[in-house]
Design a protein around this ligand. Structure first.
Ligand SMILES: *[C@@H]1O[C@H](CO)[C@@H](O)[C@H](O)[C@H]1NC(C)=O
Ligand SMILES: *[C@@H]1O[C@H](CO)[C@@H](O)[C@H](O)[C@H]1NC(C)=O
Ligand SMILES: *[C@@H]1O[C@H](CO)[C@@H](O)[C@H](O)[C@H]1NC(C)=O
Length: 520
């Protein structure tokens, strides 16, 4: 976007809203924010229309879980739990982005030093804007049933700030919801404002019970329903925790997590209703572990790009090779609705175009790997590989490869196991090009390299080639440049599944536009 337009955007909130196609609700928020002459950066951005986090998942570095999202002041925000032992969960960080690609970390937006009654287990922050203020609801202390009666303090608190990045301060000096109601542990809240009447609701609950309550206009006190009650149980079938409410085309979608968060089968399901109070009848599980990509996918939020039908599910998951329960990372994928309003099953896609300048999703074995100009780059090196934490069997694996110097080869590695830093030490297949003018499909078995097929092809140094590997059962094809006719094919059944990566032997290289998908 041209600098002059950037200037115009700064000057006019209305023009800015029109340009960014902001929905009425957000427009009001933006108007309020703009009128406060906020110092927040206003960054022009294109409409984020992606299939997944195309710069790689996780989209930020570090152990985080339970993300909730908002759009504040033209930026996308993610507020997660810091994923460590309960006693170390004493602070919250947030992340903001103009484009869902590059994220800025805002550390310590809320810490237990700001909340007199909170000591540990600060969980699952839920952000929302109202009354010219930024509210952040959070769980703290992990209280158990019976403990409030014994005088132990904990539950869902509410903090408030003048800016999205805080600092957030405790708004009421005690928990907003500090007791069990309907057997629901007071944690894992989502706050939702209905566009029909401006009524705010808090959906929450752990220990397999979910409640909804009204929030009063002040956003820091619980309202009362017409029947005089304050907490309505809405627990759907299989509900465990992680409440989330969204609305689309007048339909209320209640989403939640099922299974144990430490185990691999943590998952997200949803219900649909024409009322914010339910009933919420479980429709389907839509996000779950994939043995090729990640486990424990759950505790979601939803990012809706205003005035579009572009939706993302933002969630946490555990990388395949991680076993520690707290080793959870933030990810997002596209969420599609079917014509009948139901939500299509989410596919956790594996892509990395390196547009964020990062390689959070890669582990390297030898060599000095960096990201530059949207390419994973390695200077001339004897043997080096970089791997995604994947385990695909039937796979279509795409990337661009260019050889930058040296006389060796560079290419894709797949169905790889026993990854290690030692030279040649992995087991799996590779498909590579060499500056000498060859395309080779081979297998490596802990230092023993065997060619399965080879052809000649002119390979120019510093020219980028599209390489595709298609491996279905024992049939393996390698495409270079032309993605319709394979250059090399072979039949081999030594390796059934394993990690995907890139590597070099005796050369420098650049890799880009990585995509690993299940072969259909
Ligand atoms: C994102 O970060 C990369 C790497 O630092 C940079 O090259 C790129 O320009 C950034 N994109 C935006 C939109 O700021
Ligand atoms: C990858 O998946 C295969 C089954 O397809 C399994 O046998 C193997 O143990 C897995 N590898 C890892 C590292 O989990
Ligand atoms: C990886 O190493 C283990 C232990 O040495 C071995 O049992 C296994 O067969 C190896 N896997 C592959 C694919 O070579």
């Amino acid at each position: 976007m041209a600098p002059s337009l950037f200037g115009a955007i700064r000057l006019s909130g209305k023009l800015r809203s029109a340009l960014f196609m902001i929905s009425p609700a957000i427009h009001i928020i933006m108007g309020l924010v703009m009128s406060k002459a906020t110092a927040s950066p206003i960054v022009p951005r294109a409409l984020p229309d992606y299939t997944t986090s195309e710069a790689g998942n996780p989209f930020v570095e570090g152990w985080y879980a339970d993300p909730d999202t908002e759009i504040y002041d033209g930026l996308y925000w993610v507020f997660p739990t810091s994923s460590y032992a309960y006693d170390e969960q004493t602070y919250l960080d947030a992340f903001s982005s103009p484009d869902l690609i590059n994220w800025t970390k805002h550390p310590n937006i809320l810490t237990i030093a700001d909340v007199t009654w909170a000591t540990r287990a600060v969980w699952a922050p839920a952000p929302i804007f109202r009354n010219g203020k930024y509210y952040l609801y959070f769980g703290a202390n992990d209280i158990q049933e019976g403990e409030p009666e014994e005088g132990k303090i904990g539950g869902i608190g509410v903090a408030v700030a003048d800016k999205p990045e805080g600092p957030y301060v405790d708004a009421i000096g005690k928990p907003l919801i500090g007791d069990y109601h309907n057997d629901a542990q007071p944690i894992d809240q989502d706050v939702f404002i209905d566009d029909v009447d401006g009524q705010a609701y808090i959906y929450y609950g752990g220990h397999s019970h979910a409640n909804v309550a009204k929030l009063n206009e002040d956003m820091i006190s619980i309202g009362t329903f017409d029947d005089g009650t304050q907490y309505k149980e809405i627990t759907p079938e299989n509900y465990v925790e992680g409440s989330q409410m969204i609305k689309r085309n007048g339909i209320y979608y209640f989403m939640w997590s099922e299974g144990g968060w430490q185990g691999p089968d943590y998952a997200v399901s949803y219900a649909m209703s024409d009322s914010p109070l339910g009933p919420f009848n479980r429709v389907a599980k839509i996000l779950q572990q994939d043995s090729a990509v990640a486990t424990s996918s759950g505790h979601n939020s939803v990012m809706h790009i205003p005035d579009t039908d572009i939706w993302y599910i933002v969630y946490h998951r555990r990388p395949l090779s991680e076993t520690d329960g707290n080793h959870r990372v933030l990810a997002y994928d596209r969420m599609y609705f079917n014509d009948d309003g139901t939500i299509a099953s989410i596919q956790m896609l594996v892509k990395d175009n390196f547009a964020n300048g990062q390689m959070f999703d890669w582990k390297t074995y030898g060599g000095d790997w960096t990201v530059a100009d949207q390419r994973l780059t390695i200077p001339s090196t004897g043997d080096a590989r970089a791997f995604l934490d994947t385990n695909f069997t039937d796979v279509v694996f795409d990337a661009t490869v260019s050889i930058t110097d040296g006389s060796g080869d560079a290419g894709l590695v797949f169905r790889a196991a026993n990854l290690s830093t030692g030279a040649n030490e992995f087991a799996g297949y590779y498909a590579c090009i060499s500056a000498a003018g060859t395309v080779t499909l081979g297998k490596a078995d802990i230092g023993t390299w065997t060619s399965l097929g080879e052809t000649t092809m002119e390979v120019s140094v510093s020219t980028e080639y599209n390489i595709r590997v298609r491996a279905i059962g024992s049939d393996i094809s390698v495409f270079v440049g032309d993605l319709t006719t394979p250059q090399v094919t072979a039949t081999d059944e030594t390796f059934i599944g394993g990690a995907n990566g890139v590597g070099v032997r005796g050369t420098g290289a650049k890799f880009g536009s990585v995509s690993v998908a299940k072969a259909s």
